[in-house]
Design a protein around this ligand. Structure first.
Ligand SMILES: C[S@@+](CC[C@H](N)C(=O)[O-])C[C@H]1O[C@@H](n2cnc3c(N)ncnc32)[C@H](O)[C@@H]1O
Length: 138
């Protein structure tokens, strides 16, 4: 089995990837994951890394970088990863239907930046749940 991190270093895939972060690498070593979801595939090296510890990985990007297919083939994780190209427009359309007020009222928000982060976090969660439900036909 090829070491994904060593492969990333050898093929200059660390730049712009979470795989360069030791915390990211160690996080996945601690657990067995059923489904992992990634927003922002890029060249797919972090998807390949996660695929070692997950039964399946769903990954989304607005640009279909072709390099990832060879990388996933080399690392023998092609069958575990499902990739989808999404449009920014589709994401904003989902935003329109989301009611955040009730959730946000329950949470004490200390400053503006924290509020923005919280909103982004909630939106991401809701969108991911919607996408996953569609993908898994739930
Ligand atoms: C830093 S790279 C991701 C690196 C990858 N997750 C890794 O760790 O190897 C960021 C990626 O996010 C994608 N991206 C930017 N905006 C996006 C959006 N709204 N939805 C999905 N992907 C997006 C970009 O096209 C780019 O490929």
């Amino acid at each position: 089995m090829i070491d994904v991190y060593e492969y990333a270093k050898k093929n200059n895939l660390i730049d712009r990837s979470a795989i360069g972060d030791k915390k990211f690498r160690d996080f996945f070593k601690k657990m067995k994951i059923n489904v992992a979801v990634e927003i922002g595939t890029y060249k797919g090296i972090s998807s390949a890394y996660m695929a070692q510890f997950a039964n399946s990985v769903y990954t989304f990007d607005i640009i279909d970088y072709f390099e990832k297919y060879k990388i996933w083939g080399d690392l023998e994780v092609l069958d575990k990863i499902s990739y989808y190209t999404i449009s920014k427009r589709a994401i904003s359309k989902n935003f329109e239907n989301i009611e955040l007020d009730k959730k946000l009222k329950k949470i004490r928000i200390k400053n503006k930046l924290e509020k923005i982060n919280l909103i982004l976090h909630l939106l991401t969660e809701i969108i991911l749940m919607k996408m996953l439900k569609q993908i898994l036909n739930l």
